[in-house]
Each structure stands twice: as structure tokens, then as C-alpha cells.
Design a protein around this ligand. Structure first.
Ligand code: GLN
Length: 455
């Protein structure tokens, strides 16, 4: 019964592709057989796991929620999918997302927005229609709803952590390269990571252990070493970067941050608020968008309808016009905006782009210095609560959407591991808040262990 998908799942628009039911049934039966006969099972054998629509699944659609790849069937299998299937996981479907990963609310999907499942889980009627966050919004909504136990997403600037926060789940972004990216449709290659959305940090650790480690298919992949777990909160030193306390933050999110820090301190951890050392934070959002757009404009150049993607054939025009017509028709407006932005920053004598790289280096040094002093850093996952689709006065403002990424882009620019764990907002607020724990590069196990201690 666990793999029966309900009507509600369909109206939440969480999935872009579901495999045939008989295939799922056969996989479940094969897993049951292994349970009956085998004692050396992988911890994810028989577990229904979904994957984001930008992760190549052999001979299946892999659309990245774009009209450009609507009819594309992948000729390759991503390493993560290989590792999942070899461990006996049941791939339950592909999840909806912002087109090519560009967005924070899953409103930029060419197949319509996903809806946050959390209000549908309580008895209050009618349920509110709010965003699950993005870009891995279908993944997080599905995990919260238990139509998949866990989901594999991607996180370039927060796309696993933010939706996990909005859906009351755990979202883990490993160190850059910690899980191989082979077969993941690139958005911004120096930032893209494969991330996990699970109910708890303990589940994230189990799944991470199955998927982690170098692959010959991805030269940027690494094997992060296990660090000795901290066994109690009293041995932990936690830094709270006060520079992330911004006036735009929703008061309830700030309150949850303060209360998380004082709960940790009351439980014996050494909690220190520091204000001075992360000075590049204020420029980090601009640096992120310059770098992400520059890399996106280059990564998306291949979708010309000839090598890749949907095509408008027109014998009356030359190839350049045919490319332009194809790209104008099949890319969504946010993707076009990012490509234009990327082309602009790369063509203007390189000043924006090289400035952004400088900020990135400085930020990495500042974060690394802070993480020499503290085991981990604690900060919220978002600036604002999720947008409310029922509020007719509220249009999605793309700039506001970008500003909401302030909390997550730091760990992405530095390539450091970060996890978002759910905490409840103020009584009276009906949304979840995520708290982020960030560690230094390669310290993935520590981040997961600390998250487990504080969860
Ligand atoms: N919201 C950010 C962006 O649009 C992050 C997206 C992501 O991590 N894929 O770039």
C-alpha cells in the first residue's frame, strides 16, 4: 500500500513522471523477497524514494520542468540513480521543480507550481495553498506528504534546504562534490550539488552513506572523511553569525533563531554570537547571482533544438533565427532572464564576474576562519515565510524571491556542508521554520551528527 499514490498527490502537482504501477509492484516484491532471504540488506532496500526532474534516469523523461526537455528521454543514468537502484531503493517518481533549478518557490515550473502538502495533513479545512519552496519543491512536498519516504534534490544556492524548511523536513546539502553530479542537468556547475530531503537528520545520514563518495564519472567528486562524532551538546561550540540578522527577516523567523540558540545554550553547548568577521555577507547574494547566471548562460547554450531540446523547424529562416525562435518558445521567462543576465556579466570586460569571484574567495576565507573558532554555525534557512497562493494581492516578486536566498547562498559559494532542520514557528503562525547548521568543507558527518543532536 505504501506505493499507492493518492488523488491529493496529483493535485499537489508534486510529480512530473510516475513509473508504471506494475514496475513498482515488481520492485517491492523483489525487495520483500530479499528481506525474507537476506540478512545483509542496505538500509534503503525497498524504500520509496523520489528524484528531482533534473536527475537523468535512463530511458525516462528528464525534463528539468522545462518545455525545452518536455519530450526528452535520458540516454544516461545519473550516478545517484545507479547507487539508489543498486541499494534496492524503489524509485517512485520524478518531482516537479523550478525550471532548470532557477527559483525558490517552484512557481517557475513549465508544468505549473507544486503545492505545499503540509496544510493538507492537518484536519483544518479548507487547506491553504502555499508554496513548498523551491527549486526542489515537488521533492519536499512529497516527503512531507509521505508519497515518497525521501527525495533526491539538487542545491545550487539553497534549493534543497529552503523547500525542506517550508515543508517541515530535513534538507542536507553536502560539501561540493560530496555526492557525484554525473547525470545531473547542470545549472551552475561550480555551485551545483546533489542534496537530500528526508524526514529527520538521522535518515539523511543513512541515505548520505549510500550515495556519498567519489565517482570516476565526475572529476569534481570527492570522498569526505568521517570525523569523530560529538557525543553530547556540552562538547559543542556553536557560532551564531549576527551579520545574518537583517531587518527584512520575518519576526517569527528571528524569534525561532533566538530561541534555538538559547535552547542549545541551556542544554550545555557553548553558544557565541559574533558580529564582525563575516563582512562579505552583504555582497554574497549579488556574487551568487552573477556567478550562477554566468554559468547558467554557458550551460544552457546547448539547448538550440539541434543538439538538445525541443525544436521549431522552419525552412524559411536561417539557422540563427531557428535557434532564436526555438529558445524563445521553449525557455520560460525566468530562464531567459538568467541567460540575459549571464551574457551581460560575461560580456562587459569581465568586471562584474571577476568582482563576484573575489567576493566568493573572501567569503570562503571568512567562513573558514569562523569555523576554526566554532564547530558549526547556526542561522535560519530563510528570510521570509513561503508565499501564499490564495492571497490574490501577492504576486511573486522575483527580486523578493532572490533576496530570500541570503541565508543559503553562503554555504553554496563556499562549498561547505549545510543542513536545514525543522523547528516550529511562533504559536499562531501556520508555517514551519528551518534552522541551518553549517560546517567546514568535508565536515559532512559532523554537520549531520550535530543536526541529529539538536533535532
Ligand atoms: N533560488 C536560487 C536560484 O534561483 C537557488 C536555486 C537552487 O539552489 N537551484 O538560483
Amino acid at each position: 500500500e505504501r506505493i499507492t499514490l493518492s488523488e491529493t498527490t496529483h493535485s499537489l502537482n508534486t510529480f512530473t513522471y510516475l513509473p508504471p504501477t506494475n514496475e513498482l509492484r515488481d520492485q517491492a516484491a523483489a525487495s520483500s523477497e530479499r528481506y525474507a532471504t537476506n540478512t545483509q540488506l542496505s538500509p534503503i532496500d525497498g524504500i520509496p524514494i523520489s528524484v528531482k526532474a533534473n536527475i537523468s534516469w535512463l530511458n525516462r523523461p528528464t525534463s528539468a520542468s522545462s518545455k525545452m526537455l518536455e519530450h526528452y528521454s535520458s540516454p544516461i543514468q545519473a550516478d545517484v540513480i545507479d547507487r539508489l537502484t543498486k541499494s534496492g531503493a524503489i524509485l517512485i517518481g520524478q518531482t516537479n521543480m523550478d525550471e532548470f533549478g532557477m527559483g525558490s518557490f517552484t512557481t517557475n515550473s513549465a508544468f505549473g507550481p507544486s503545492i505545499n502538502s503540509v496544510p493538507f495533513l492537518s484536519s483544518s479545512t479548507p487547506p491553504k495553498h502555499i508554496s513548498p519552496g523551491g527549486s526542489s519543491g515537488g521533492s519536499a512536498s512529497s516527503v512531507a506528504f509521505r508519497s515518497s519516504f525521501a527525495s533526491i534534490g539538487t542545491d545550487t544556492g539553497g534549493s534543497v534546504r529552503l523547500p525542506a524548511a517550508y515543508c517541515g523536513c530535513t534538507g542536507f546539502k553536502p560539501s561540493y562534490g560530496g555526492i557525484p553530479r554525473h547525470g545531473v542537468i547542470p545549472y551552475a556547475s561550480s555551485l551545483d550539488t546533489v542534496g537530500l530531503i528526508t524526514p529527520t537528520p538521522e535518515d539523511a545520514k543513512l541515505l548520505h552513506d549510500v550515495l556519498r563518495g567519489e565517482s570516476p564519472n565526475d572529476p569534481t567528486s570527492i570522498t569526505t572523511l568521517s570525523s569523530p562524532p560529538k557525543t553530547s551538546l556540552s562538547s559543542l561550540s556553536i557560532g551564531v553569525p549576527g551579520s545574518y540578522s537583517v531587518s527584512e527577516s520575518h519576526p517569527s523567523i528571528t524569534k525561532s533563531w533566538v530561541s534555538a540558540a538559547s535552547t542549545l545554550s541551556d542544554s550545555g553547548a557553548t553558544v557565541t554570537i559574533f558580529d564582525d568577521s563575516l563582512t562579505s555577507i552583504q555582497d554574497s547574494l549579488a556574487a551568487y547571482y552573477v556567478i550562477a547566471c554566468a554559468e547558467a548562460s554557458s550551460n544552457l547554450a546547448k539547448y538550440d533544438g539541434v543538439k538538445f531540446g525541443s525544436r521549431i523547424r522552419d525552412t524559411d529562416v536561417n539557422y540563427s533565427e531557428e535557434y532564436a525562435n526555438t529558445r524563445s518558445k521553449f525557455f520560460g521567462s525566468e530562464v531567459k532572464r538568467r541567460i540575459e543576465c549571464g551574457d551581460t556579466v560575461l560580456s562587459k570586460e569581465g568586471t562584474h564576474y571577476s568582482a563576484a569571484l573575489q567576493i566568493r574567495n573572501q567569503l570562503r576565507d571568512e567562513y573558514a576562519a569562523a569555523l576554526l573558532k566554532y564547530d558549526v554555525l547556526l542561522l535560519p534557512t530563510s528570510v521570509s515565510p513561503p508565499i501564499d497562493f490564495d492571497d490574490a494581492n501577492k504576486n511573486v516578486d522575483q527580486n523578493e524571491m532572490m533576496a530570500n536566498d541570503l541565508m543559503t547562498v553562503g554555504a553554496s559559494l563556499c562549498g561547505f556542508p549545510a543542513i536545514s532542520i525543522p523547528v516550529s514557528a511562533d504559536p499562531g503562525e501556520d508555517f514551519w521554520v528551518g534552522m541551518q547548521i553549517i560546517g567546514k568543507h568535508g565536515d559532512d558527518d559532523r554537520v549531520l551528527d550535530v543536526a541529529n543532536l539538536v533535532y
